[in-house]
Design a protein around this ligand. Structure first.
Ligand SMILES: Cc1cc2nc3c(=O)[nH]c(=O)nc-3n(C[C@H](O)[C@H](O)[C@H](O)COP(=O)(O)OP(=O)(O)OC[C@H]3O[C@@H](n4cnc5c(N)ncnc54)[C@H](O)[C@@H]3O)c2cc1C
Length: 370
């Protein structure tokens, strides 16, 4: 039996589990190592914050999905890797041997070495720490005056609008500040989408501080590099993606940003028995945004190549399309759709996004709910 070990129950690995459940890889013992039992689906996270969904509607139960796939499940964080000895080290001291390893552990927002950030902000990821912190904030909503979010990408914009929407429904009306060091929000999106969402932020009274960089965070205060400061009750940190520190010290080849360097077959550039997908991987020659859409797309090619690697067959390269449709929700049941140079908005866009997102999660949930 060959030992295939999956680390992280991210958007690509759920597809590997599904595929193995449908048609088991021959002579393979599959094990999933995941820090948490429930895998959140990123597309529905703003809707969970806004109150459109409950927890279980936007999470895949990895214990039950692994059961469907007849895979072992270890609910524990991986903390180190020795690729020479083919050993994965787990929190708590255990180690797992593998023949083929696949890594899909996502990313967390970078802190840029800014003083006070590790101690005083609530990072948007991991989502398992964001959700309790958010519920803690809701519990003291009546006393809130201002809430700041740092990061002007799609996740920051969606989160600020979702939080404001939910707190208003809870009867609280704190002010919101969205701080970004880019000249405008949504810098990687087309100008039409940017304008639509900027208008929504303006209409909802969100104060956008574009082109301004955070210098330090203290309890109750965000200091900006231009000398200004904002008094706040909470700071959410939504600044993009940085890889887990243990990947850098693993001996795997990484890209300039520290993500696992993989070839178009999603195979490590330095270790043929290691694969990676999703945010934690950087495909050589295919720079892509760190977004759930790309992690989802890599699921099927990763699955196929793990199968081929186990069977000793030639791998199949995969080129993900450079652009993806982005559906950006705006707090209530309203959203903006954008791809390349076009953008559309409306309640119907939200219903479309809702249909796509529910369908994605249901594809996995129905495997173990019957
Ligand atoms: C607020 C917010 C909203 C977003 N909205 C969208 C959106 O609408 N659309 C979109 O495409 N993208 C969105 N994103 C981006 C999206 O979340 C990520 O790009 C996506 O989750 C990456 O998927 P992944 O498979 O790489 O990892 P993840 O989905 O992060 O999954 C990684 C998994 O690995 C586990 N794990 C982590 N470390 C370890 C470890 N050491 N050992 C074992 N297990 C581990 C985690 O528990 C987690 O379940 C959003 C991000 C944020 C913060």
């Amino acid at each position: 039996m060959k030992r295939l070990v999956l680390v992280g129950g991210g958007h690509s690995h759920v597809a590997v589990l599904k595929s193995h459940g449908e048609a088991p890889m021959p002579d393979t013992r599959l094990t999933l190592v995941s820090a948490k039992r429930h895998a959140p689906y990123s597309g529905m996270l703003p809707g969970l914050i806004a109150g459109h969904y409950d927890y279980h509607q936007c999470h895949i139960d990895l214990v039950r999905l692994a059961g469907y796939a007849r895979a072992g499940f270890l609910e524990v964080e991986a903390v180190a890797l020795d690729p020479k000895e083919r050993l994965l080290f787990l929190a708590g001291g255990e180690r797992v041997e593998y023949d083929i390893l696949s890594i899909d552990i996502g990313s967390t927002p970078p802190t840029f070495g800014i003083p006070g950030v590790p101690e005083h902000v609530i990072p948007a990821k991991p989502i398992e720490t964001l959700l309790p912190a958010w519920e803690g904030l809701r519990a003291r909503a009546a006393g809130l005056k201002r809430v700041a979010l740092v990061g002007g990408g799609a996740a920051g914009v969606e989160l600020v609008l979702a939080m404001q929407y939910r707190l208003r429904r809870d009867g609280a009306v704190p002010g919101f500040d969205l701080i970004t060091d880019t000249p405008f929000v949504l810098p990687s999106h087309d100008v039409k989408a940017r304008r639509m969402l900027q208008r929504i932020l303006d209409e909802r009274g969100v104060r956008v501080h574009a082109g301004r960089r955070v210098a330090a965070v203290e309890p109750g205060r965000v200091a900006l590099e231009d000398g200004a400061s904002i008094d706040v009750d909470a700071v959410f940190w939504v600044t993009g993606a940085t890889p887990a520190a243990w990947l850098r010290s693993s001996g795997l080849q990484t890209d300039a940003a520290g993500f696992i360097a993989v070839n178009p077959c999603l195979q490590s550039e330095s270790h043929a028995d290691i694969f990676a997908a999703g945010d934690c991987a950087g495909v050589t020659g295919q720079p892509r945004p760190k977004s759930g859409v790309f992690a989802v797309r890599q699921g099927a090619p990763l699955s196929g190549n793990l199968r081929r690697a186990l069977a000793g067959q030639a791998l199949d390269p995969y080129v993900s399309p450079p652009h993806a449709l982005a559906l950006i929700s705006a707090g209530g049941k309203y959203a903006v759709a954008t791809r390349n140079a076009w953008a559309l908005q409306g309640a119907w866009v939200w219903r479309w996004k809702d249909w796509i997102d529910r369908r994605f999660v249901a594809k996995y949930q129905r495997l173990y709910q019957n």
